[in-house]
Design a protein around this ligand. Structure first.
Ligand code: BJ8
Length: 432
């Protein structure tokens, strides 16, 4: 067994609050044991992802420090609209930042109103409490004007960490498209400036292929989940999606494909998680950053299996690939802009394509019902839930709407509501 490395000097150098950080890792470890390692009959290929999680603040951070010493720059984001392709094309590393735990909320509320969504409070909390080695490692954080909360929060976050904000328009009009395209141009310029690297056609085309391969591997994983029984739990699939935001993209893609080879065999053998008649649930709504596993845990603990995530940490994030036909930097950025502008985040209006995607996904994955997950105080998703409800009613797919945060206080209440919903699904035998 490999000897445990002591990363304390590295964390100290990054300015983390060592005592609080140790406590956080301890809680994370226990949480992970209970929610993940306790699952029966997990695919062998999950060992890689377990390892990545066990080194989430260790080896990966060390890799980032080594990359920095070698002259590469680290760019942090909290949103899908920040194209990893542009970052890779300046030899940068793109990392999703810590935002999925009930951490440092008291600190965060010194700057933010209490009724701010948990995701925003969490990324302030992590940073202000000295608990996020990713923020500490980042040379630049790239923010975006998606929801009002994030748009205004980045003004304050910019006082804690160098932040560059790109404008995401809210309507998919020709003017919106033109603005978005010019914002990516502005971002490309900023990345080149920070990295001191000029974006070339060769580098950008290679970056597009790398990220496309990553998304294609995730598509492959998603497609396998349509099988009955599904070969992998929703918790494990969510974890893989979460890890996609900060692992090395090439290594990650290889590991997902290796896991999919194993899952192919499981499907061929009719093997899977849970019984064949376990209720199949599609989760839709707000993104779930690590370690936000609360709702998936409640759903699967109560006998259902999650077969898909209509979420940024899920299919909303991986849906389309960037066209690989661009002949120069300008044309490739056109293709990147087109691909990213199709993302159906609830910050857009109107956002009919998201409603269509939810119904499509429910059908494609044979879901018996949809659980809509929204963070409290998230205007875009809590309000759009009404239209989701209407679309699913028309399609004859049962829906449960949940609103929650990152605390554990409502676990019992969530469990009661999920159990009642699953009983309905079993009773109704919803159409597939
Ligand atoms: S592309 S979903 S990652 S903006 S939960 S902070 S919306 S108030 S996270 Fe998002 Fe990009 Fe859209 Fe995806 Fe605001 Fe809602 Fe909070 Fe949210």
């Amino acid at each position: 067994m490999a000897e445990k490395v002591d990363y304390t000097p590295m964390w100290q150098e990054l300015g983390l609050n060592l005592e609080a950080h140790e406590g956080l890792l301890e809680v994370l470890g226990t949480f992970y044991n209970d929610i993940y390692l306790s699952q029966a009959d997990r695919p062998k290929g999950m060992e890689y992802f377990d390892f990545v999680i066990s080194e989430i603040h260790g080896l990966r951070i060390k890799e980032l420090q080594d990359a920095r010493k070698a002259g590469r720059k680290i760019f942090g984001t909290f949103c899908l609209y920040v194209p990893e392709e542009l970052i890779l094309a300046v030899d940068g590393i793109c990392i999703g930042l810590c935002a999925g735990a009930d951490v440092g909320m008291e600190e965060a509320e010194k700057l933010l109103p209490r009724n701010t969504c948990a995701l925003i409070k969490s990324f302030f909390g992590f940073t202000m409490s000295g608990l996020c080695p990713y923020v500490a490692s980042a040379d630049l954080v790239i923010g975006e004007t998606t929801c009002d909360g994030k748009t205004k929060a980045y003004e304050l976050f910019g006082e804690l960490k160098d932040t560059f904000v790109i404008e995401v328009p809210h309507m998919k009009t020709s003017m919106g498209r033109a603005l978005w395209r010019s914002e990516l141009e502005r971002l490309a310029g900023k990345l080149e400036e920070i990295a001191g690297v000029r974006m070339s056609t060769v580098k950008l085309a290679a970056a597009v292929r790398t990220v496309n391969a990553k998304r294609a591997a995730l598509h492959r994983l998603n497609a396998l989940r349509a099988a009955t029984p599904t070969p992998i739990s929703g918790r494990d699939a969510l974890l893989i999606n979460q890890i996609s935001f900060y692992d090395d993209p090439v290594r990650f893609t290889e590991s997902v494909n290796a896991l999919c080879d194993e899952l192919d065999e499981r499907v061929a053998a009719g093997a899977g998680v849970g019984p064949v008649d376990a209720p199949r649930v599609l989760v839709s709504g707000c993104p779930m950053a690590i370690p936000n596993w609360k709702v998936p845990f409640v759903i699967e603990k109560n006998g259902a299996v999650i077969v898909g995530e209509e979420s940024c940490v899920g299919e909303r994030g991986t849906r389309n690939l960037v066209a690989e036909s661009g002949r120069d930097v300008d044309e490739i950025i056109d293709s990147i802009a087109a691909r990213y502008f199709d993302i159906d985040c609830a910050c857009f209006t109107p956002n009919d394509e998201r409603l269509e995607h939810i119904v499509e996904m429910a059908r494609a994955y044979g879901a018996d019902g949809v659980i809509h997950y929204a963070l409290q105080f998230c205007g875009p998703y809590t309000i759009e839930a009404k239209r989701v409800e209407a679309a699913l009613k028309d399609a004859g797919v049962p829906l449960l709407k949940l609103e929650t945060d990152y605390s554990m206080e409502d676990m019992a209440q969530l469990e009661t509501r999920v159990q009642a919903f699953l009983e309905v699904l079993v009773g109704v035998g919803a159409p597939k």
